[in-house]
Design a protein around this ligand. Structure first.
Ligand code: SF4
Ligand code: F3S
Length: 106
């Protein structure tokens, strides 16, 4: 499955959901996750993300491995999102800031 990682937090551009044929995205207050139960590994979403936050599970950077389990867990609790919406207000400011997991709102 594909995995949403740190740089989505506080940006949440949502361009990714527009291309997903499996409706695999779930939405929290300031982050999106992919359900590994839904993702069919089509590889369409990574290139759509302006924040480059999406990786194939085997290619998640070493320091972000915790996001694999986090995507699976949060997807069980958050509502599905299938429509693009505007990014968060300060998305541009936060894009590229590291270790945003400390601000993750669940
Ligand atoms: Fe959806 Fe494809 Fe991305 Fe999986 S890889 S989340 S199926 S767009
Ligand atoms: Fe997040 Fe990128 Fe989608 S910032 S909401 S993974 S387009």
């Amino acid at each position: 499955a594909f995995v949403v990682t740190d740089n989505c937090i506080l940006c949440k551009y949502t361009d990714c959901v527009a291309v997903c044929p499996a409706d695999a995205f779930y939405e929290g207050p300031n982050f999106l996750v992919i359900s590994p139960d839904d993702c069919i590994d089509c590889d369409l979403c990574p290139v759509e993300c302006p924040a480059d936050a999406i990786y194939q599970e085997d290619e998640v950077p070493e320091d972000q491995k915790e996001f694999i389990e986090l995507n699976a867990e949060l997807a069980k609790h958050w509502p599905r999102i299938t429509e693009v919406k505007p990014p968060l207000d300060d998305a541009k400011k936060w894009d590229g800031v590291t270790d945003k997991i400390q601000y993750l709102d669940t």
